[in-house]
Write a protein that binds this ligand. Structure first.
Ligand SMILES: [Fe+2]
Ligand SMILES: [Fe+2]
Length: 160
């Protein structure tokens, strides 16, 4: 897929002089790291835009997707963050991303509003809507595959 190269290029750029590498170390859903989740969301966003024939700024959409969960803490650890992660992390991701990268207004919108409708901020741009939807789909798949793994292991244990 031709988007793979674009995504790989943006990852290389983001990794320079930043904490982006740390996203490998945090788990998002199931067994999936924040890094793997973010790359999946970027790829799925490209696929959705391409299949629907939507005119989008692909680089901006990829960067927004790669940074949408740039909160940089273990959200499973209650001591690592304040308040409810689901509500708070878009703002934390935005603050972290703004510190290290020059974001355009669409990238900021993608990061801040990707948790709609859980947070009451409606995405403003096509790119933000696409990433918001791709994020939900990826989260479902990652969580579901973890449930499958869990029950798979449980079944194996029962057979033994
Ligand atoms: Fe998120
Ligand atoms: Fe996400």
């Amino acid at each position: 897929m031709r988007f793979k190269r674009k995504i790989a290029r943006e990852i290389r750029i983001l990794k320079q002089g930043s904490r982006y590498i740390e996203t490998h170390g945090y788990i998002q859903h199931g067994n999936t790291s924040v890094y793997a989740h973010s790359v999946k969301v970027a790829a799925l966003s490209c696929l959705i835009a391409y299949k629907l024939g939507l005119k989008v700024d692909y680089i901006t959409m990829i960067r927004g997707a790669l940074l949408h969960d740039y909160f940089l803490y273990d959200w499973h650890d209650r001591r690592a963050h304040e308040g409810w992660h689901g509500f708070r992390h878009p703002r934390k991701a935005w603050l972290n991303a703004k510190e290290e990268f020059a974001l355009n207004r669409i990238e900021e919108d993608i990061i801040l509003k990707h948790m709609f409708p859980l947070v009451p901020f409606v995405p403003r741009y096509k790119e933000s809507w696409i990433v918001c939807i791709a994020d939900k789909i990826s989260a479902l798949i990652e969580t579901f595959s973890d449930i499958k793994t869990f029950f798979g292991k449980k079944l194996v244990m029962e057979v033994k």
